[in-house]
Design a binder for this molecule. Sequence first.
Ligand code: ARG
Length: 462
Amino acid sequence: MKMWSGRFKDSLDAKADLFNSSLPFDKRLYKHDIMGSIAHCSMLGECGIIPQSDAELICKTLSDIFYDIKSAKLKVKGAEDIHMFIEEELTKRIGDVGKKLHTARSRNDQVALDLRLYLRDAVDSIAGLLKNLIETIIKISNQNLDTIVPAYTHMQKAQPTTLAHYLMAYAEMFMRDVERLAECKNRINIMPLGSCACTSTSYPIDRRNVAKRLDFDGITENSLDAVSDRDFAIEFLSDCAVLMMHLSRFNEEIIYWASDEFGYIELDDKFSTGSSIMPQKKNPDMCELIRGKTGRCYGNLMALLTSMKALPLAYNKDMQEDKEVVFDTEDTVKICLEIFTAMLPSFKYNKEKLRKGAERGYTAATECADYLVKKGAAFRDAHAVVGRLVRYCSDIDKQLDEISIDEYKIFSDLFEDDIMQVVKPENILQSRKAPGSPSEKAVKNEIKKAEKFLKTYFVQPE
Ligand code: ARG
């Protein structure tokens, strides 16, 4: 018998019952549901809405139920959703007193509360995993401040840079992901309970009391909004989609850096797989899976956005669709971050090939043009001169450091012996003085700032 069945003559069709039930997936909220109920019930007792002794008994029993579910002594099944399950179990254990818990509350504000409590934790643990990843990137970068690699634009060789500069570019993205999640948490961490079904209640409840007990930053201001708002979940999915987009780019680069054509990195056996037919294969399956799973995180975001589209106020059952996508994205992001952070230090970089890669493809051409500018030419003219010089080299299949100074001089009198030094990647890198550039000094400074960022965002508990 359903708790709400008073006005019904007939019981729910068996298939409809299954269809309606969210218990198979929202049982994951049991801890947060119980936390919320304990805070709510304590407030009811304190405000004299239910007898203090009843409140104490309910809270104690809820805590027992929590431990029984946690230890699998109590199986979560046979109810419409996690809220009903726990309330039914409570009443089974303490009889009529248990029936007082749901005073001044609706499942509508209850589920909004649970999801906020749940997401608060999810955001913290994802941010913690991002921290581990950023620290790993910093560590590898510190070891590769002078490892020369090519930078690309349009997937064509562009200019030389360092591995540290390259990797730290991704650290910047992941730091912004941490910031985004922290901002999202500010909006998650607002307490909706007391909104009840949709227009609050006449009981003398103390919403701030509940918020304080649950460590919320504030309370929601409009009861209609509070029970129908899922922006915070959409924002979480959106932040995760952006995070996965960053991971997918990083993994894409590893995939082709590990190909025979590039040969820049060698994958570790621990994180690669073979082929059932081609004995020579060593495939970057982990990277491809992370890249692929980005699609499902985008899908989860689109799914919830679409479920919420055009929903009238206030609660509608459509909103039950919020949970599976949130859980799936959370699981996906966590496993991807864990695998990727474990895998990243396992790559062997082929420094010789990377350096060759950085030298070939006329990556010093911009520097040659800048050289002419420093000797008095206008940049546009210098660009044209070096363009012709590159065409000449390409025709005779030589690189910029393989031709003589006399050949340079065919294109401009401004070229002198020192040009041979200027085109060397080390010198190009050291000439980069501006903040954000790949010189050792600039990248060390970037790393220092990243370390400071981590310290500020992840304050150690005293
Ligand atoms: N299982 C429901 C959900 O996840 C809980 C809220 C139900 N509210 C209602 N009025 N039927 O959204």
